[in-house]
Write a protein that binds this ligand. Structure first.
Ligand code: NAP
Length: 252
């Protein structure tokens, strides 16, 4: 099993933690991504919100501005369809709109109902591996020059319990997620000399979000951790309090 490390218990970020920083959040229209975007903005960051559905991104942007946060940049974008050229264009847009990039929180994910591997065809594999593994890598790669120019940049990939401990019926979703610790480790090793951007994986565990309703239908979700409480750990990894930590897989 992938070795994991822990987060500092009871971490409480100062309200100006991300003051002056710019952060891209994927999957920002709902669930964890929305909570992370709101938390980053509430702690001083200007955020770029990426997802497929503009209306959901607008709702997140409205909530950020209503809470007094800086006006976000909306990035309607399909991670399943994009190639290298589209990721490069996205990085150009971020440079133009934000002028800098201090972090990426990769929260978007593609999930399909649990099924035996024997029922999972190549097309399903490719979308799962693309959105959950290859697209976060390609997006990070396109943004590397921007991230490297920031003094303390940090990238957070979102792992999954069944990526650390694969089990029946979790299929190519678990298999794609299982490769994220390797991705972060390889990249962290390559960037060891400069130390930036830092590359880590966060494994949040069960949360009360729309994806959980798909993976565990019928469950009493009111007892689960909220996405808002998990977002605090993203603040820790994106901000200066986690300086020096890279290549780790952190489990909540
Ligand atoms: N929920 C849990 O219990 C749990 C547990 C462990 C790990 N996680 C991980 O935590 C992360 C967030 O999960 P969640 O529960 O918040 O998921 P969610 O509610 O299903 O949200 C997924 C997000 O990804 C976006 N997305 C999906 N396909 C996309 C695509 N092709 N291009 C761009 N954006 C796309 C969706 O936005 P659009 O619909 O607008 O595209 C949505 O905002 C995921 O990585 C998940 O694997 C979740």
């Amino acid at each position: 099993m992938t070795p994991t490390s822990s987060l500092p218990p009871g971490y409480t970020p100062p309200t100006n933690l991300l003051e002056g920083r710019a952060v891209l959040v994927t999957g920002a229209g709902q669930g964890l991504g929305q909570a992370v975007a709101l938390a980053c903005a509430a702690h001083g960051a200007t955020v770029a919100l990426l997802g497929r559905k503009p209306k959901k991104l607008e709702a997140t942007a409205d909530a950020i501005e209503a809470a007094g946060g800086a006006e976000p940049v909306l990035v309607p974008f399909d991670l399943a369809e994009a190639g290298t050229a589209q990721f490069e264009q996205l990085a150009h847009l971020l440079r133009r709109e934000l002028k800098r990039l201090d972090g990426i929180a990769h929260c978007a994910s593609h999930f399909v109902p649990l099924t035996p591997l024997a029922h999972q065809g190549l097309e399903s594999w490719l979308v799962l591996l693309r959105v959950n593994l290859a697209a976060p890598a390609a997006l990070t790669r396109a943004c590397l020059p921007l991230l490297a120019a920031a003094p303390d940049a940090s990238v957070v990939f979102t792992g999954e319990t069944h990526g650390l401990d694969p089990a029946a019926f979790w299929g190519a979703f678990a298999i794609g997620k299982s490769a994220l610790p390797a991705l972060a480790k390889v990249w962290a090793d390559e960037l060891e000399k400069s130390g930036t951007p830092r590359m880590n994986v966060l494994v949040p565990g069960p949360m009360n979000t729309p994806q959980r309703a798909m993976s565990h239908p019928g469950e009493d979700r009111s007892r689960l951790r909220s996405a808002e409480s998990v977002a605090v750990s993203y603040l820790y990894l994106l901000g200066p309090d986690s300086r020096g930590r890279s290549g780790e897989t952190l489990r909540m």
